[in-house]
Write a protein that binds this ligand. Sequence first.
Ligand code: KIV
Length: 273
Amino acid sequence: MAGYLVEDMRKVTTHRLIQMKQEGKKIAMLTSYDYTTAQIVDAAGMDIILVGDSASNVMAGNVTTLPITLDQMIYHAKAVVRATKRALVVCDMPFGTYQVNPTEGVTNAIRIMKESHCDALKLEGGVEIIDTVKKILDAGIPICGHLGLTPQSINKFGTYTVRAREEEEAKKLISDAHALEDAGCFAVVLEKIPAVLATQVANELKIPVIGIGAGGGVDGQVLVVADMLGMTNGFTPKFLRRYADLSTIMTDAIGHYIEDVKNRDFPNENEQY
Ligand code: KIV
């Protein structure tokens, strides 16, 4: 059996993720946005599949995550849920669906849960959205927080540089993480912050801290599937490890297909009726 394949095929729950942290077992999380990819990711033994609003960039070619709509996120989440047997499926609440007020936030959260059948939601932000977070949790919906370089705030940041290098922002991030844990979130994602700070947060919290560009001292890692498979060539942050060069593999395969069609080599006698 390949090292990465898991023997325990029970559905991953938020409770089990917290147990994994207590037992010192690292958590693997990866995005997916469609049925075919999610089937492969789930069968490989992923603990959490994130239907990220990075679908806005990866699937639709937008520059930021801001344009993706609630209907579009539900469409992607439904496809991923249909494909997934084991992983916990977490869906991002898209920009504009939870920032206005707690009532609108919980209404939209319930819609995602009811229509997509995903297991949990992810929201970006700390104390400024804590009333909404509490209201959604009160409705029985598990929430994963997201702090640091939160892409829905990219226009406010004005840069994709590392966040919370300065003491004031680092202090706020620590108190935001505690506020999310105290509210009842089951996990927090920390994006693109210094490794030392992320490790401190992971040590202080009882819930799992999942990092992206946050070093190895946290409880788990998340990457965007198209980036780690080498399908997106223009995106080369320091934290990204590419596990394959699918772009080259796909271009070669597609090139051969074009050649075969043009040379009348495809289809051959065995490939017709
Ligand atoms: O949308 C996304 O893919 C994310 C990850 C980068 C954490 O939020």
